[in-house]
Design a protein around this ligand. Sequence first.
Ligand code: M6R
Length: 609
Amino acid sequence: MCGIIAYTGRRQCKDLLYQGLRKLEYRGYDSAGLAVLADGRIEVVRAVGNLDSLEKELAGNGCTGASIGLGHTRWATHGRPSTKNAHPHLDCTGKISIVLNGIIENYQELRDQLASEGHKFASETDAEVVSHLVEKHYDDDLVDAVRRSIDVISGHFAFCVIHGDHPELIVGARKECPLLIGVGEGENFIASAIPAFLSETRDVMVIEDGEMVVVTPESIKIIDLDLQPVEREVTRVSWNAEAAEKGGFETFMRKEIFEQPDALADTMAGRLPESGGIVLEELAIPNEELAQIDKVYIVACGTSYHAGLVGRYVLENWSRVAVELDVASEFRYRDPVLSPTTLVVGISQSGETADTLAAMRQARSQGAKVIAITNIMGSQATRDADGILYTRAGLEIGVAATKTHVAQIAAIQLLALYLAQIKKTLGSEELEAIIAELKTIPDLMREYLKNESATHEIAKRYYQQPFFLYLGRGVGLPVCLEGALKLKEISYIPTEAYAAGEMKHGPIALLDKGSPVVVVATDGHVYDKVVSNIEEVRARDASVIAVATEGNERINSLSEDVMYIPETSEMLSPLLSVVPLQLLAYHIAQLKGCNVDQPRNLAKTVTVE
Ligand code: M6R
């Protein structure tokens, strides 16, 4: 978590850094700050809260005239959100400044040691030890000081350092947390993510794990920890700056919900050729090996885990392979039974989630084949996997995942169909019929999104309710889990999501007259069972809000409200049934006046355990 940016060039850097931080705000918004260097002096401006607070602080402050500086937007780990804990941090002399993303695990030990040597700390953060370490090791050579500091740090991090005696130089270092270079003409950027400099340059160099980078306006040198130069290509990214803007929508989340049909179509593009079948080129695991796979193990967190849950149903149903699934933070501390014929699928939109990466690495070390399903090209997950299946949802800024989620569901459906094709667990006619239907889903979703007013009306009726229960069965269950997560994370309303058949074993006690119960009751082989559960809810006078398949008139007499989705086959239905639940959560949160793009306490990329 946290976003960092650094600039060195000929232009005044204050605005460039600030605008870059605006694009990184999704990574954390507990506090933010800038450090700029001019005439050998470093000036630091920091503020608690999101970038609006920093903007006010900057308005009353100079910070002009500098053309080298650092910026940071924080998601607090060590030390509460406060001005003194905001980055950038300084050393004792005020000549060295750092910004850091990540965690220094041995910071207490280092801090005690540095304090005993006379260093004075100004914050409660782990990050500040890095500025004092660089100070301790500095002997006119900033690169060497950073290198020697890295030697004693344990944890995962990406940081950048400037020094008052080096008016053009930025030194950066990376261990597990992302760090990229934006290559300009007579100027260069370093940042946690591409959007930070996308409006200035689309030429990017990736800094790999265990590398350092030494940047001036005219030069970029990537070096390894033996200080040996490393060759790295410059890649031109296809995103444009507009992708990181709201494009006329009132929020990023809303824009991203409406981009879902394109995210789906793009994720399928080129993988379902006219000639028939499925082509998954980046998988890079030979078909002969995939044919031997006897177990798929899915690891992921949050919304990505819910996409994985859908994966379980389609993999069992289409590919007839045993599927296990765990949240990555549990998997990594268990002793899972894996073998070379186990395929582990790590799902992570960011490709940087610490727990998911650790789970994937663990699986690989146990000899399993690992595939990453991710939305970010070149992310760490792609390096910790044998094969990759990219979702092509485009940049997602809203902290609550939406378009990346439906793209993840599509990706795992493609994987299941691909395995079915290899293992011949589906007849070719059946396979082609599913593919043909899958291709129609983006248009169905596009049509659906034209009629969201019904969902808005429902939200108006229920937004003041203190609690929502979500029920579903089969592929409807992960959809409920995701709907409940969306509502709680952006509106702060407590929710519970349960397998509908389990309700009578406990959650039914929560129901009272008028309690809203959202039920996914789309057509499928468990539909009648779901109806029985709806009856149980109604017998307690609770209010049923159903998600049902168009044409199902009967559900009207069983529910207070119905959100209809277009007709689809059962295994493809989550692609559509999750959309009304995203919209319901969205409208409720908006009616409650919540900041849907930046829910409290959350961050888009969770690079800490
Ligand atoms: O980047 P990832 O997909 O690995 O992120 C996993 C979760 O942190 C993420 O899905 C989180 O639950 C979102 N807030 C969901 O909206």
